[in-house]
Design a protein around this ligand. Sequence first.
Ligand SMILES: Nc1ncnc2c1ncn2[C@@H]1O[C@H](COP(=O)(O)OP(=O)(O)OP(=O)(O)O)[C@@H](O)[C@H]1O
Length: 259
Amino acid sequence: MSKRIDVKNLDIYYGDFHAVKSVSMTIEPRSVTAFIGPSGCGKSTVLRTLNRMHEVIPGAHVTGEVLMDDRNLYAKETDPVDVRRQVGMVFQRPNPFPTMSIRENVLAGVSLNSKRLSKSAADELLEQSLRGANLWTEVKDRLDRPGAGLSGGQQQRLCIARAIAVQPEVILMDEPCSALDPISTLAIEDLINELKSDYTVVIVTHNMQQAARVSDRTGFFNLEATGMPGELVEMDDTPKIFSNPSKKATEDYISGRFG
Ligand SMILES: Nc1ncnc2c1ncn2[C@@H]1O[C@H](COP(=O)(O)OP(=O)(O)OP(=O)(O)O)[C@@H](O)[C@H]1O
């Protein structure tokens, strides 16, 4: 598990609108990479191209390449459903399936991928995924209760357990803590730190302290003006980005001079 991603000359469009231009970067395996930058610069858009969720939007398309350990995710023969199984995603608002129990929520993706599991294999995967998401001890006595009955932070960890259950290589997180209180946020941050020993993790965050706390590498995105495409200004080791960035725009942003 855990793969490297190489993005090469990626241009991203919504119909005629050129949203992000010419992104090239490497995302290292077993590490956390954070995307930061002002609103509208394309952080979430870039994130969604890493598991081909972008193209689900009518008219949306990309040019360029996204390679996962040298396999082009946009090659003709690549099945986007398979890509999304290998590259899982966690969203801003926890989104457990409201009518499903905790158990069903965790195993939902596995059933969708039409894997038939024995009861004991399903139980094992359930426990392993919930433990991986640091939720097992809190829910082990109520696995058949609705997932929607958990607190916001627990629901987000349930969504992470659901993502882990299909055994992905990469986990994408789009502002996973923005709907959570500070205690739940810390729980998710601790979890992100643990997840990187098994997965490649990419997180979009508005919170620069969070990027500094959880990530090994940080990419700063920016756009020159409204209506212009966003671009990756620089990507480097997180301590370097926050203490001695190479570009003035990055320094202005992290020192709060704009954004
Ligand atoms: N579904 C869509 N259809 C058309 N344009 C879109 C769509 N989603 C995003 N955009 C546009 O693409 C650009 C980048 O948006 P994106 O949401 O990726 O930025 P962001 O950096 O993640 O912003 P934020 O920090 O506010 O979430 C913006 O101009 C946005 O309006």
